[in-house]
Design a protein around this ligand. Sequence first.
Ligand code: NAP
Length: 259
Amino acid sequence: MDLGISGKRALVCASSKGLGLGCAQALAEAGVDLVMNARGAEALEAAAAQIRDKHGVNVVAVAADITSEEGRSRVLEAAQGVDILVTNAGGPPPGMWTDWTREDFIKALDANMLTPIALMKALLPGMMDRGWGRVVNITSQSVKAPIAALGLSNSARAGLTGYVAGTSRQVAPQGVTINNMLPGIHATDRADSLDRGVAEKEGISVDEARARRAATIPARRYGTAQEFGAMCAFLCSQNAGFIVGQNILLDGGGINATL
Ligand code: NAP
């Protein structure tokens, strides 16, 4: 399918690995030039080089912490005038509701709610002036169904979801769409480290931990970054201009709900 976005420019945050990288690859395949970002320069440069070689698009890599004001301003300097914004960052640490302090909440809100909001605030006006834009926020299945150990994520991402619900309707008249993608369990470094933790705790192999978790998903497997990226590219395409303020769950049927 021709997505109709060849020659556009996108900022894809937190994109040297995992779901962010899947989105960057799928957009590059559609002919989109990229600004890619992550904290670690080595993996970021390697990912950028691989995308340039494979897809022949222009890629600018900015090594920076997207959740810090300083890092964000360097990324935004490189990303002025982009047509597409994909927000992403690492998720907050697990714990219990009895543990979290005000400081923990401020950190989670900063990273997973206020950072994407700051990026939108900076880049939406240009998209609106030009009469076309696409924003996709990577959130989590925890927005639909809370994950007990991830209360910080449940809270921060719910806040972002409320913001998007209201703001997406205000920018839609100018041809700009904002939507959220809600990953269930995907085979990335983050999923690997969770599986390693379970394996250690339960005295089983990592393969066994992974097989047990996969068995809880109706699709009986983890999602892939490639599938996730393909949906992101579709949401950024010309075909998706009527999809506004939606929360798209990619979880292999993991959340047992009718709507
Ligand atoms: P991942 O495989 O660990 O990759 C994370 C990527 O983000 C890396 O490129 C990392 O590079 C970059 N990154 C992390 N923090 C950053 C920061 N502060 N500034 C800039 N770049 C940063 O993670 P993932 O599985 O793709 O997860 C992406 C998001 O989806 C996370 O918020 C996660 O909580 C959420 N999620 C994932 C799953 C899943 O099953 N994978 C499920 C639900 C929700 P550096 O470390 O070099 O910065």
